[in-house]
Design a protein around this ligand. Structure first.
Ligand code: UDP
Ligand code: UDP
Length: 338
């Protein structure tokens, strides 16, 4: 009714006429699931830096306390394990944004059997929460939704080529279902949503031994072990530096567009080319060793980022040759601490 103040729109409100110069809107509360992980923790850094307060929900299974340790004394920061924190959300965060950085593909830790369930149930619960508190929900989906693509490079309009019963399907289909749930809650439940499709990303704080190609090659070269190239090494990926991804996620969060948006670096490399770059960066004597490839491995992957460029005014800035040394510095430190 008319005597009640308007609900405060999240983003447009500083831009309203009559706001005094220098006025800063109160901090937003942002929930980041998976916020102690590789991508999540970099996002948390940026959010706190810009004055938001952050609640990280993480089971610290693949996420690491070290990644968020520098925030523990910050009064705008808190973290907790699912059950404990989630129960209190309703009272904690009216008008929050919700971000979901949930469950990246991690072979080493044998997550495969629960990955589908984690993606689907986790997303469902967070959507239920977002609906109840009126939060904006950002889903971090993945380029894996395109499967082993028959279209190259991949545009957001491509529906993908996924084996529903293959070894990777728990991840591919998990994120596809998460996208479906997100759109369902948007259309049916009126939840404000955003969807990002994240392409291969690397940088400091990546898991040392999660089996991903960049972390494997870098750790192997630093330990003077041969770099393991799977298959013939001619399959391609496009590698994005983590700060570019975070900038893309922030731009998407603030934008009026639902997406999905591809967030990735269009620079495409074969695994042999990647091994060469790692060799040049770390050790000219580094060697490679061929190993059998995993089933259903996508032959090529490269984002078409026209949509993000046009609508989010975003594009990656850091090339592989610039970004890799930044990751190597972090890996060198962590490996020498082992
Ligand atoms: N949910 C949750 N925490 C919350 C709010 C919801 O875990 O703070 C869960 C809820 O238990 C349900 C899911 O999110 O399993 C979807 O919520 P929704 O309200 O859509 O479904 P309902 O509760 O009606 O089954
Ligand atoms: N790969 C490789 N050596 C490794 C790990 C991965 O050659 O030690 C290959 C893998 O077969 C795939 C590519 O690198 O073709 C990317 O694998 P990753 O798991 O990093 O990412 P995703 O397949 O999820 O894009």
């Amino acid at each position: 009714s008319s005597h009640l103040p308007d609900a405060r729109p999240l983003f447009s409100f500083a831009a309203r006429s009559g706001v005094p110069a220098g006025f800063r809107p109160p901090p937003r509360r942002v929930v980041v699931t998976g916020g102690a992980g590789f991508v999540g923790s970099h996002l948390v850094d940026r959010l706190l830096e810009q004055g938001d307060s952050v609640i990280v929900v993480d089971n610290f299974f693949t996420g690491r306390k070290e990644n968020v340790a520098h925030h523990l004394r910050n009064p705008s920061y808190m973290h907790g394990y699912e059950g404990k924190v989630v129960a209190n959300f309703c009272s904690l965060c009216p008008f929050s944004i919700h971000i979901n950085v949930l469950c990246f593909f991690c072979l080493k830790f044998g997550l495969l059997n629960t990955l589908y369930k984690t993606n689907v149930m986790g997303t469902l619960n967070m959507l239920g929460l977002a609906k109840r508190i009126g939060a904006r929900f950002l889903l971090t989906s993945t380029s894996e939704v395109y499967g082993d693509p028959l279209e190259h490079p991949q545009k957001e309009s491509y529906w993908g080529h996924v084996n529903p019963i293959g070894v990777r399907s728990c991840y591919d289909e998990g994120k596809r279902t998460a996208e479906t749930l997100t759109m369902d809650y948007h259309r049916g439940g009126g939840v404000e949503v955003r969807i990002a499709r994240i392409f291969n990303t690397y940088g400091p704080r990546m898991c040392l031994d999660d089996g991903r190609v960049v972390s494997n090659f870098v750790a192997q070269a630093l330990r003077r072990q041969p770099m393991t190239v799977y298959g013939d090494g001619k399959q391609t990926r496009s590698f994005q530096y983590v700060s570019d991804l975070v900038a893309g996620l922030m731009a998407l969060m603030e934008s009026d567009h639902i997406g999905p948006f591809n967030l990735g670096n269009p620079g495409e490399f074969t695994m042999l080319e990647l091994a060469q770059v790692v060799k040049e960066t770390i050790d000219p004597m580094a060697t490679i060793e061929f190993k059998p490839n995993t089933a259903d491995d996508p032959h090529m992957r490269k984002p078409d980022i026209t949509k993000a460029k046009q609508l989010l005014h975003w594009e990656p800035k850091v090339s592989l040759k610039e970004g890799l040394p930044l990751m190597v510095k972090d890996f060198r430190q962590r490996i020498s601490d082992e």
